[in-house]
Unconditional design. Structure first.
Length: 202
């Protein structure tokens, strides 16, 4: 991850020179403030969405694999009913069914944790890059403070959306101090560098 972020940081100078200046750089005197919508970036960045889709596809593939094992367990349970309770065959089959069910539950728990950890790492790694991008942009434009905000519009038909809207920390900001697009561009460039073979970066 450290190399990933360092690769992103090498883009800072190039990225900053091509980004349109924000109004934050035009603020006269005092502290300079900007805002960034991190949730929007996570939700709309194509690179992040592709990474998350890989995890979702793995989960779908695993669920399909599990279905076959569930069918095997069901067949073993049905076979158990054909034996006389208490007989050696019944006891043997009962133990087999219990073992199959236990292994299946354990396998499910392990796989879902693995996928959950992978997804968490996606958000963790990309947030480091986003934070690095915000810092680089802020330092370039001499911004003292960058606040996180949510640009999502309230949907009256969805109670949770209304609650999130009412609880927003920032009620109003000038669109010109929004660093979201610049940060998104920084992230796109960083992800492109990270997925490009070193030989092709010459």
């Amino acid at each position: 991850m450290r190399l990933f972020v360092l690769s992103a940081l090498t883009l800072a100078t190039t990225t900053l020179t091509v980004l349109a200046p924000t109004a934050a750089s035009a603020q006269e005197g005092g502290h300079r403030i900007a805002v960034v919508d991190v949730a929007y970036i996570f939700k709309n960045n194509e690179g992040i969405k592709a990474q998350v889709k890989e995890v979702e596809d793995s989960l779908k593939s695993f669920d399909e694999e599990l279905q076959g094992k569930r069918n095997e367990l069901k067949s073993a349970a049905e076979k158990l009913k054909t034996f006389q309770p208490g007989s050696s065959d019944y006891i043997s089959q009962e133990e087999r069914v219990a073992s199959m069910e236990s292994k299946l539950r354990l396998e499910m728990a392990r796989k879902r944790k693995e996928l959950a950890d992978r997804e968490a790492k996606i958000y963790f790694d990309n947030y480091q890059i986003i934070a690095a991008g915000v810092k680089a942009l802020a330092q370039y434009h001499k911004v003292n403070l960058v606040l996180r905000y949510n640009s999502e519009e309230m949907d009256l038909e969805q109670g949770e959306s209304v609650i999130r809207g009412v609880m927003k920390n920032i009620v109003y900001h000038d669109e010109a101090i929004d660093m979201t697009n610049g940060t998104m561009d920084y992230l796109n460039r960083a992800l492109k560098v990270a997925t490009t073979p070193a030989a092709n970066r010459q």
